[in-house]
Design a protein around this ligand. Sequence first.
Ligand code: ADP
Length: 333
Amino acid sequence: MEESDSVPLFSFGVIADIQYADIEDGFNFTRTRQRFYRSSLELLERAQKHWSEETPRPRFVLQLGDLIDGFNRIHEASEKALDTVLSRLSPGPADIPVHHVWGNHEFYNFNRTFLLQSRLNSTPMSAQDQHLLTVSPGSDTHAYHFSPEPGFRFVVLDAYDESLLGRDECSAEYQRALEMIRVHNQNQDLNCPPESGFLQKRFTKFNGGLGGDQLTWLQAVLTLADRQQGRVVVVSHLPVHLGSTDPMCLAWNYDKVLELLSSHSSVVCFLAGHDHDGGYCLDPETGVHHVTLEGVIETAPESDAFGTVYVYEDRMVLKGRGRVQDRTLMFLS
Ligand SMILES: Nc1ncnc2c1ncn2[C@@H]1O[C@H](COP(=O)(O)OP(=O)(O)O)[C@@H](O)[C@H]1O
């Protein structure tokens, strides 16, 4: 426990963009940041050790996406790398439960069918929380909600629901996503952002958005939480507020998501990964804290990149390690 004046209701761990691969260190696309593919595993081990030794232990960990790097696919090492990372993140049945968010690197390694059947599908199976649990029965969207404590709800979003990634090229979903990206990006290589327009940069193949069904479902979940006067933390691989990220990392339909969040008083925080530099802003209009967590993959081996969030009646306190900054996130309503 980090605060001497009061006891938190509960706590949870946060970590983003581990992107493990058993390969030599490299760089990001623009060669401005080093990527530490092997030692990301050691950083994860240190995070896990820290959480497992905390008293009381965090109730759960939010893994904010990109657990293993796309390079594993080229080396035909995707499943091995996934096993390696999961063995460090959840070594045994008595471990802290992990909620997995799906990022672009999940789709470089696996398709949706595989992911849904894998340990990266963290949709709760318990009888509790069944109402509106997922977008629709049989949906392949990895979005759900859970309540770790009365009055608090976490909503895990699937930011690649509408994307070129993870969808079969023949599918209607793929064609719809292609039409959408083509309006804004005429480059032959769709990973290359469009040159015109600051905000247009988000229309790349490595991003995506929330489909109509997921938005309708999110609206219903948040309406219920408003009625129950609960507090909601929304979790996604892609950030949705320009104040918390480079525009190149925003979700395609970030504006629709923000508009939806702004009409629900229950939302207190939006947690994301993807932008490895991290970021933070308090939306002045809604009082929602937007936190983008610094990525493990671009963190030097001697440093760290994870945190524990302590939740109180009136605030959440992020205690960051290494590159992750400490933040007090007051609930403004
Ligand atoms: N500016 C760019 N132009 C062309 N391709 C890019 C650009 N930025 C990234 N990519 C490609 O997009 C894919 C995802 O980029 P990557 O940096 O690995 O994503 P992340 O930031 O999620 O780790 C990679 O194949 C990368 O080479």
